[in-house]
Design a protein around this ligand. Structure first.
Ligand code: PGA
Length: 258
């Protein structure tokens, strides 16, 4: 059984004091829901404080992005070795906000995933279609294109070390969640695609759902056969909401194990 992963993506929010408070609350959830892997991805500047708070606990801490380069004259960038050196364990790659506002294409995303893997980080590869693409019936085609571009670069061996996050762009920060059925359909497509690379990957790689996940819709989403966790934006800034999502993941894991 795949252990659910619930990741809070704080994006560009919060003061240092808030980051500490949110991380403390997430740590409590990691402790109270041992069947769930709980993590947070703060802004880079808040990483050391969050890592300190997570020390000695099961809480995972990581970054929202990384450079495709290992080191060098890349002003403003943060490298995989820097993240690994701090003790970060996970990193989002190819979030739609990076693709949309920073022009990240499939090729760059693939190189970022590869360098994260090379430094022992868990890359969470984000894929998702826009509203126009969904309305044109292209959801499956878009997410498979984004996935296959990375798969071609890292191969089955690399795919073993990643997690996927399906995040329909039209559901991010909009309050408009994909229905559990809509999400499950795309998750199943991605799982089949994993299986075509190596049958073993079907059962191994976790596929998270992201896009307006909150306490009130988490259970239904997480009850789907191919949804293995949640990537949570807005609701991760509200400790009670994030806690409710972690509990829902714990319940889903208990049900699946039963
Ligand atoms: P949201 O963001 O939960 O605020 O929709 C999800 C994400 O962008 O990871």
């Amino acid at each position: 059984m795949r252990r659910p992963l619930v990741l809070g993506n704080w994006k560009m929010h919060g003061t240092l004091a808030q980051a500490r408070q949110w991380a403390g609350a997430a740590r409590a959830m990691a402790e109270s829901q041992p069947q769930v892997e709980v993590g947070v991805v703060p802004a880079h500047v808040h990483l050391p404080a969050c890592l300190e708070l997570a020390a000695g606990s099961a809480l995972r801490v990581g970054a929202q992005d990384l450079s495709a380069h290992g080191a060098g004259a890349y002003t403003g960038e943060v490298s995989a070795p820097m993240l690994a050196d701090l003790g970060a364990q996970v990193v989002l790659v190819g979030h739609s906000e990076r693709r949309q506002y920073h022009g990240e294409d499939d090729e760059l995303v693939a190189r970022k995933v590869a360098i994260a893997l090379a430094h022992g980080l868990l890359p969470v590869l984000c894929v998702g279609e826009s509203l126009e693409e969904r309305e044109a019936g292209l959801s499956g085609e878009m997410v498979l294109r984004q996935f296959e571009a990375v798969a071609a670069h890292i191969g089955s061996e690399g795919l073993r070390g990643i997690a996927l996050a399906y995040e329909p762009v039209w559901a991010i920060g909009t309050g408009r969640t994909a229905s559990p059925e809509q999400a499950q359909e795309v998750h199943a497509l991605l799982r089949s695609a994993l299986g075509r690379h190596d049958a073993m990957l079907r059962g191994l790689v976790r596929i998270l759902y992201g896009g307006s996940v909150k306490g009130s819709n988490a259970s239904q989403l997480l009850a789907q056969a191919d949804i293995d966790g949640a990537l949570v934006g807005g609701a991760s800034l509200v400790p009670e909401e994030f806690a409710a999502i972690c509990r829902a993941a714990g319940e889903a894991a208990a049900q699946a194990g039963a």
